[in-house]
Structure formats: C-alpha cells, structure tokens
Design a protein around this ligand. Sequence first.
Ligand SMILES: [Zn+2]
Ligand SMILES: [Zn+2]
Length: 286
Amino acid sequence: MGRLDQNHHTFIQTLMARGPLSDKQAKAMFQDLCGGDAGGFSQFITIINKEMSFLQLEVRAGRNQYNGKLYYGLINKLGNEQAKLGTHYSHAQITFFKSVLEVIVSDSSLKGEISVIQALNLRLEGKNEQQSQGETSTQVPTMALTLAQKEKTLEELVHDRWLVQTADGMVHLGVRSFLELWNIFKNYDVPVCDICNEASIKAQACQNEECSVRMHSYCLKAKFFRPQVPRVCPKCGTAWEVSSVDVPQNRGTPHTNEGNRERSERPPGDLCSTPVRKRYRSLWES
Ligand SMILES: [Zn+2]
Ligand SMILES: [Zn+2]
C-alpha cells in the first residue's frame, strides 16, 4: 500500500474544488489519472483515507436517497452542523438550516421534503426560546432572519448542495447533506432502512401501521429483484406493494446469471459494495 502520489493529490483537489462527484465522474477521473481498470478504484480511495485520517478528513461514498445515485465527497469526520457550515454561514443561517433539516428528516410521508413556502415561514424565534430552557450556556441568541435573508440563505444552501430546490417548489436534501450529515441524522432519531441500516429519509414504509419497517426504494429494488424473494415485509410479513417501475413484474427466468443476482441482494451503502451496485445497475439496463 503506497503513499499519496500526484494522482491522489489531483483527485483530492478536485473534490475540494468541485464538491461531491457522482460515481461515474469519480471513476472516470480515476481512469484518466491512473489508467487501468476500475478495480483499483477502491484501493485508490483506501490509500487516500489512510493518509488523511489524521486530518480527520475522508473520502466517503453516500447515496442520494431521491434517485439512488452514489456520490463521492471529501468530508470532515468531526463536528456538528455548526462545525461543518460555520465558516460559510452565520449562526442564524445555521439555525435556519437546522430547522429546515428537522422538518425534512421527520417528514412522516417519507418523501423527505418541505415546501419552499413552509421553509420560509419556519419560526426560528420560538425555537430559540425553547432551546434556552436547557443547559445550553454557549447558545448565542439567534437573530431572526428576514424573509429576504431566508430566501438568500436557501439559495446559498442550494448552491452549496446542502439542499436542492425542485421545479415544483419543494426543498429536498442535497448530496452534501447525505455525505456529511449522516451521523447527525441519528440525533433526529430518523429510523433506519431495514436493508442498508442508513437513515430512511426518502423511503417506503410497511403498509401495516403497527410495523416500523422502512426501506429505501433502491434497497427494495435490489431485494425484490430476485424472483425467489417474497415481496413481503421482512418483519411482519405484510405484502409489500412494489410498482413495475421498481421491479420487473415478469417473474420468469431472467437471462442473467444466478451468481450476480445472489450478490445483488446486499444494497450498496459504502465503498466496499460499489462494484455490487455496478453489477445490478447493468442488470436493470439489460
Ligand atoms: Zn436502504
Ligand atoms: Zn411490516
């Protein structure tokens, strides 16, 4: 296992300058830099992470839960939202972002969204009063943002890819939030996906109201793709509605080989399983 060379440096610098790269972009860059096959990609990342761990930085893979796409980003392993956003955003802006985040991650419809209008109307003042009842001695009083300031903050958060604004006026989490805030989601008690164990922000819930199982759509796809896997909740056995868009309805013998489908059961969530993702994506496209 080697030390960082010029190729590693270029890769890191690109992530720093451009922000998260899609799986495809990251691997294309690796190919350009190092040539050879993509098999060496995870080793390339492992070397970077080993050398950078003392800086508490790492290249992490994370999935955009709205479309299932995998991204790579350089992230700071330490800190809360304040530490991660503090250099670019004021305390009031971070408080605003946290309020938006809280609504999105606790969206009971599991769409993981808030409307722009609702976001701009979040009352930060009330929130601050509540907080000051606790032992938050370091809490700086938050000045309320004006509507224009909230709009501008939203714009900046979208620009920096913490949030995404959709064409129909909704706000989603951006890829940077999925990469950097995954451990913060735990503080919000977001239930995890039954398959990949990551926070289920945009996901599907079991139809049985008494059952707490949730799964990401892309995890469901991988699980139910196999004809022999019954399409039921793994915990309570309630039938799980699966649309034909998600999984082919034809349960006949697929012409892909059995070995690949065996391994596609485990959904990708980290660096090690990236090749698996690649395998089953090509299955869907075939
Ligand atoms: Zn999942
Ligand atoms: Zn269930």
